[in-house]
Design a binder for this molecule. Structure first.
Ligand code: FMN
Length: 167
């Protein structure tokens, strides 16, 4: 809803990161969301409450690849979210992932998190041109990876605003 020039939508970015790569991606996704005038909250997965998830209009999950899938901290949050199963339906979702090497599982990790969001009934927008399933990076995000992260934030923010306008 936009009232008096103030957009009331909120996007929550949830990430896990040990050595900072995924954190840098999260910060760049945040810039993309903010550039669309949408409020953004960034939190580590183990600090996210179920109330945080319920309050957000869009939820973006980012994780390093650990053994071909998301970090345990992200999975633990998703497992906790069963307590609010059905209540995230219709929210916008997206994901991003950071891996150690090509073929190491960045895309499958992005998809693994996206599957959980789909099970929650959330709406996930793909990308026909860049990173199709979510933003990905190998090691420290370079300029190309950051561009995808920023675009992901912009796309989610735009979709959140469009859905808010018709609800
Ligand atoms: C326990 C563990 C398992 C990992 N498994 C994979 C893997 O299966 N594939 C891969 O590409 N990278 C793997 N990595 C590398 C990380 O995904 C990569 O270094 C990532 O950029 C770290 O993100 P961060 O800096 O946000 O912590 C693993 C790292 C750790 C610590």
């Amino acid at each position: 809803m936009t009232r008096g020039g103030i957009n009331m939508s909120t996007v929550l970015i949830v990430y896990h990161s040990k050595t900072g790569n995924t954190k840098q991606m999260a910060e760049t996704v945040k810039e993309g969301v903010q550039s669309e005038g949408v409020k953004v909250v960034v939190k580590k997965a183990n600090q996210v409450t179920l109330k945080d998830l319920l309050k957000a209009d869009g939820i973006i999950l980012g994780s390093p690849v650990y053994y071909g899938t998301m970090a345990g901290e992200m999975k633990a949050l998703l497992d906790r979210s069963v307590q609010i199963h059905g209540k995230l339906e219709g929210k916008v979702g997206a994901t991003f992932a950071s891996g150690g090497g090509l073929g190491g599982g960045v895309e499958t990790t992005a998809l693994d998190m996206a599957k959980s969001l789909l099970i929650h009934g959330m709406i996930i927008q793909g990308d026909p041109w860049g990173s199709h399933y979510g933003a990905v990076s190998i090691g420290r995000p370079n300029a190309a990876a950051k561009k995808e992260c920023r675009k992901l934030g912009e796309k989610v923010a735009r979709l959140v605003k469009r859905l808010k306008a018709v609800s």
